[in-house]
Design a protein around this ligand. Structure first.
Ligand code: NAP
Ligand code: F7E
Length: 320
């Protein structure tokens, strides 16, 4: 039975990737940092089947010890300070976790077992002020936030450990992917939760920032399959993963509100508090390389995704 070690196990992608790897017969070891309250909500249905162990990307020793103890064949580095607005408030912490944390994990691999296959969770935020439309593996980066800058470092250090030490180090450049398990602060979940609250009379309006920014949104459950496929290839590489479609925040609102028979214009208020010091206006992927070499295709389309998220929040609030 192969062993996979996943950092960021308590996050959105950690939960979907664990489900996938368990189905494929892996022993799953998930790394979580210590917290004073339980934050295993997204993986509570998996706790009997996976091992959750303590470790932190800010602590080199903890990563070395985990690789020594659990001897994984594959490491998926999903942990990060992943919320773009927070990266302006805590830029140094974002750099330490999201950028240098990657080096710490790669160093642990280099010292403990350089044969480990490594996946780095890179991001379309690296394209930032886009230099080409659509964006593919060769598109130059122009990050627009401390988060994007940190991810760019993580990407290039991954490429460098591949080229310098012959480590199987792969960088998945994933465009936005969402689900009912998405954090409530990200715009898609903020909208699906807001719609459900308004529908049940628990809120009167929904305050958002820039409605015109456009994203290539897919379903997280589809994207973790791409991560696994990347580590099953003969050689490590960089892969863009996305749907190849883009939609505005406004369109997301339209579909989400109309699903419950409401017009978003009656409820959405634009609020300057949610604007960013620098915006990424337009992201759209060209996932041809993943399609050709990984044989990967996303299964869930935009409208289905919006409806899935709104329905899940309606259900959650109904139960609650
Ligand atoms: P997420 O829900 O925000 O999860 C982030 C995870 O990282 C959480 O488990 C968090 O633990 C953990 N973490 C934070 N700081 C840590 C530290 N110092 N040491 C160890 N763990 C730490 O993110 P996600 O949406 O699942 O995304 C997974 C990865 O893909 C992230 O690296 C993200 O930047 C990247 N990415 C995401 C997208 C997307 O659209 N979702 C697209 C491209 C790339 P706590 O629960 O303790 O906070
Ligand atoms: O913003 C606009 C906002 O915070 C999307 C992370 O997973 O994907 C994510 O980063 C867009 C932006 O995601 C609100 O200005 C409008 O243009 O949902 P988001 P993100 O910044 O694209 C990438 C690929 C990652 O790697 C990241 O880790 O929506 N927007 N109004 C808003 N955004 C938020 N959060 N809240 C608003 O009220």
């Amino acid at each position: 039975m192969p062993t996979a070690l996943i950092t960021g196990i308590t996050g959105q992608d950690g939960s979907y990737l664990s489900e996938l790897l368990l189905k494929k017969g892996y022993r799953v070891v998930g790394v979580a940092r210590r917290s004073s309250t339980i934050n295993t909500e997204r993986i509570k249905h998996l706790l009997d089947d996976i091992s959750v162990v303590q470790g932190d990307l800010q602590d080199q020793g903890s990563l070395l010890a985990l690789l020594e103890e659990y001897k994984p064949e594959e490491v998926y580095n999903l942990a990060a300070q992943s919320f773009v607005p927070t990266s302006w408030n805590q830029p140094a912490l974002t750099g330490d976790v999201t950028a240098l944390g990657v080096t710490r994990m790669l160093e642990a691999i280099r010292f403990v077992n350089p044969k480990i296959r490594f996946y780095q969770a890179s991001s379309s935020e690296m394209f930032g002020r886009v230099q080409e439309v659509p964006q593919k593996e060769s598109t130059p980066f122009y990050p627009r936030s401390p988060y994007g800058v940190a991810k760019m470092y993580g990407h290039w250090i991954t490429v460098n450990y591949r080229e310098s030490f012959n480590i199987f180090a792969t960088s998945g450049i994933l465009f936005n992917h969402e689900s009912p398990r998405r954090g409530l602060e990200f715009v898609t979940r903020k909208i699906s939760d807001g719609v459900a609250r308004i529908k049940f009379g628990l809120a009167k309006d929904l305050r958002l920032g820039n409605l015109d920014s456009q994203r290539d949104w897919g379903f997280a459950g589809d994207y973790v399959e791409a991560m696994w496929l990347m580590l099953q290839q003969e050689h490590a590489d960089n892969y863009v993963i996305g749907t190849g479609e883009t939609h505005s925040v406004r369109e997301f609102c339209e579909v989400a509100f109309s699903h419950v028979g409401l017009d978003y214009k009656d409820y959405v208020i634009q609020d300057e508090r949610f604007y960013r010091p620098a915006e990424v206006d337009l992201l759209i992927s060209d996932p041809s390389m993943a399609r050709a070499s990984l044989k990967w295709e996303p299964a869930v389309a935009f409208k289905e995704l919006v409806i899935m998220m709104v329905d899940a929040d309606l259900e959650r609030l109904k139960k609650g």
